[in-house]
Design a protein around this ligand. Structure first.
Ligand SMILES: [Fe+2]
Ligand SMILES: [Fe+2]
Length: 206
């Protein structure tokens, strides 16, 4: 179970962030930090910076150390993460997360060189996720008001797999995550849905 609070997300990265991102040369916290840094350097909005930080949250909720793509399994981590994120911060953070897999399928269709830049695991998951979009899927993707931030996230996502780039410590990285979270207003939650604090809301993981 994961309490639906910003701090519970930070704690999840504190507990699970050391786990290797299977198939990639980074651990999960470094991947999240690198993606957040690239968004920060590009002067992205706090909402998009937070989306970049949390885009693979869903991977952290699966079995530790598993490489689902090697087993031919699409873990749908983008949906799992986006559903949790949306409840706290709404669609401006959640939708780029939800669309970051579709953004890969879009970019493979639209940019013939994009596939060459994908990591091995990203190519493997692409097959499980439906491969390149067709024209109708591309047009539907472009109609989403969130497709542009999703594409930015996707480009930074692929760049955020550098083996020797990280904050000075895990605690320093987590402090940066808390800072970004503090810059994005939380959605208001009906008082009837809350106990003494937001930690009373608990979600059951898949
Ligand atoms: Fe992802
Ligand atoms: Fe990622």
């Amino acid at each position: 179970m994961l309490a639906l609070t910003p701090e519970s997300f930070v704690e999840l990265y504190s507990r699970q962030g050391h786990v290797a991102y299977a198939g990639e040369p980074v651990f999960h916290l470094a991947h999240a930090w690198q993606c957040g840094q690239l968004a920060l350097y590009a002067e992205a909005s706090p909402h998009l910076q937070l989306a970049c930080w949390l885009h693979d949250l869903g991977h952290l909720l699966g079995p530790e150390g598993l490489t689902p793509t090697l087993e031919g399994h699409n873990d749908q981590h983008e949906r799992v993460g986006a559903d949790l994120i949306e409840a706290l911060w709404g669609p401006m953070v959640a939708e780029p997360v939800r669309l970051h897999v579709q953004a890969k399928r879009y970019l493979v269709k639209r940019n013939p060189h994009y596939l060459d830049r994908l990591s091995e695991d990203s190519r493997r998951s692409l097959c499980l996720q439906g491969g390149a979009m067709n024209d109708a899927e591309c047009e539907a993707f472009e109609r989403s008001p969130h497709h542009k931030p999703a594409l930015l996230l996707r480009v930074w996502d692929e760049q955020a797999k550098q083996p020797d780039w990280f904050a000075r410590s895990a605690n320093a990285a987590l402090a940066q995550l808390r800072l970004v979270m503090s810059q994005v207003p939380l959605l208001s939650v009906p008082s009837s849905a809350m106990g003494s604090d937001r930690g009373a809301i608990v979600t059951h993981l898949p």
